[in-house]
Design a protein around this ligand. Structure first.
Ligand SMILES: C[S@@+](CC[C@H](N)C(=O)[O-])C[C@H]1O[C@@H](n2cnc3c(N)ncnc32)[C@H](O)[C@@H]1O
Ligand code: SF4
Length: 397
């Protein structure tokens, strides 16, 4: 499979300034790897390279494998509209942006569906105005009506989730969602041409499940038309009852925390994936020129793909560095390290400054617990997307 880092220089040759911002984030990622993990007096803000803002607890889709709103999603059945009353205000976010902007982290806006945060447009514009690299991860169904302003405001990148071509995509993400995304791409590309702008770069993220893995090449074929910067295949986050139990016990014992976030990924959509067929399809994709790079996360030795899906207990990455260089702010202002798992809350930005939280006792307690855990990760981190991106490759995988 492609070495993921190898595509980075190609991504941004059109926009040197943006390229420098991305390179600076990678530089800090590198620094984090060098830095001693148990220096708890360190100003960790220095290495902050990536900040996720999960802007809203609302979504307009219910994609089957989604840990939040899917078949087993933890937000499913909850009164999301009640939760939405506690979202962080634009004014407070602007203060946080002022606080972190000098450190120049890459910003990743997501959700739920970020277009359902009522002030997405002014917030993203403010972040871009502060010189930040602003990336938005969206289901793309609401792109079309915002295209003119998105291009005018110079968002850096938009990662749109699409899981397959037309009907198969819609069986996962909801009827009509594919066509709405395509209309969104067309609108963005039209506006980029009209406003003579390279920005935003468009990317597609495809989450691999047993429902779509046989059809990935058809989606890749269709993607020729969309003027993409990259197409990313995410092998998916999966877990099982045993891992959930171990993680629950671990979090209670070590961090005195009750968790319910991991069970959203106990979907079974990893089952019955024929690893050889998936590998062949990914190889065909990686060796075909669609006009943009294609990458797979995590990039695995082909012999290990079967293990990735069918032996969830075996780690493929470890020694996660996320708590030393990244963080997520949840829709209600809670800060936690692992973007997909709102488990151990470090503090809340409605009550404290971000710096206090990020360098605070709870953050250091979490870092220490990770550092001292077997393999530098928790039992529940085995297929975590961030660990796949920012963990250490285990020999042979
Ligand atoms: C939770 S969504 C939030 C942003 C937006 N609503 C969207 O769909 O792009 C973020 C990303 O997670 C992906 N995702 C959903 N379920 C997943 C799973 N079980 N494993 C890995 N990624 C998943 C989505 O496809 C999307 O690319
Ligand atoms: S659109 Fe995104 S947040 Fe909404 S259900 Fe699908 S993957 Fe989950």
């Amino acid at each position: 499979m492609n070495k993921n880092i190898s595509v980075v220089p190609a991504l941004f040759r059109k926009e040197p300034l943006l390229s420098r911002k991305m390179a600076y984030a990678f530089y800090k990622l590198g620094l984090t790897k060098l830095k001693s993990r148990h220096d708890y007096g360190y100003n960790h803000l220095k290495n902050l390279c990536l900040m996720y803002f999960k802007l809203t607890p609302l979504c307009n889709l219910h994609c089957v494998m989604c840990g939040q709103f899917g078949d087993k999603g933890i937000m499913k059945g909850k009164i999301a509209s009640e939760a939405a009353k506690t979202i962080v205000s634009l004014e407070r976010y602007k203060e946080i942006v002022d606080e972190i902007a000098p450190k120049k982290p890459v910003i990743y806006l997501w959700g739920g569906e970020p277009f359902l945060y009522p002030d997405l447009m002014p917030l993203a514009k403010y972040m871009v105005g502060k010189g930040l690299f602003v990336s938005v991860n969206t289901n793309g169904t609401l792109l079309e009506q915002h295209a003119e302003q998105i291009v005018r405001d110079k968002w850096s990148t938009i990662f749109v989730s699409l899981d397959a071509f037309q009907d198969v995509n819609d069986s996962i993400r909801g009827n009509g969602s594919y066509d709405r995304v395509i209309r969104g791409f067309e609108a963005i590309n039209r506006e980029k041409a009209r406003q003579k702008s390279n920005l935003p770069f468009l990317g597609v993220v495809t989450t691999v499940t047993n429902k779509n893995y046989l059809y990935l090449d058809k989606l890749a074929e269709a993607s020729r038309e969309w003027n993409l910067m990259v197409h990313m295949f995410n092998l998916g986050t999966y877990t099982n009852d045993g891992i959930i139990e171990r993680q629950k016990r671990f979090m209670k014992e070590k961090l005195d925390t009750d968790i319910d976030c991991l069970q959203g990924y106990n979907t079974g959509y990893n089952q019955n994936i024929d690893a050889q067929r998936l590998y062949d399809i990914l190889q065909t994709i990686h060796h075909t020129d669609y006009g943009h790079p294609t990458i797979t996360v995590p990039a695995l030795n082909p012999e290990k793909i079967h293990q990735y899906y069918h032996d969830l207990e075996t780690p493929v990455r470890n020694h996660c560095i996320v708590p030393w260089c990244q963080t997520n702010i949840n829709w209600n202002g809670d800060v936690h390290f692992c973007a997909d798992y709102p488990d151990f809350i470090l503090g809340n930005i409605k009550e404290q400054s971000f710096t206090e939280i990020y360098n605070g006792d709870r953050a250091n307690r979490f870092r220490k617990t990770v550092h001292e855990s077997e393999g530098g990760m928790f039992p529940g981190c085995l297929r975590c997307y961030q660990n796949m991106l920012f963990g250490k490759k285990i020999k042979g995988f």
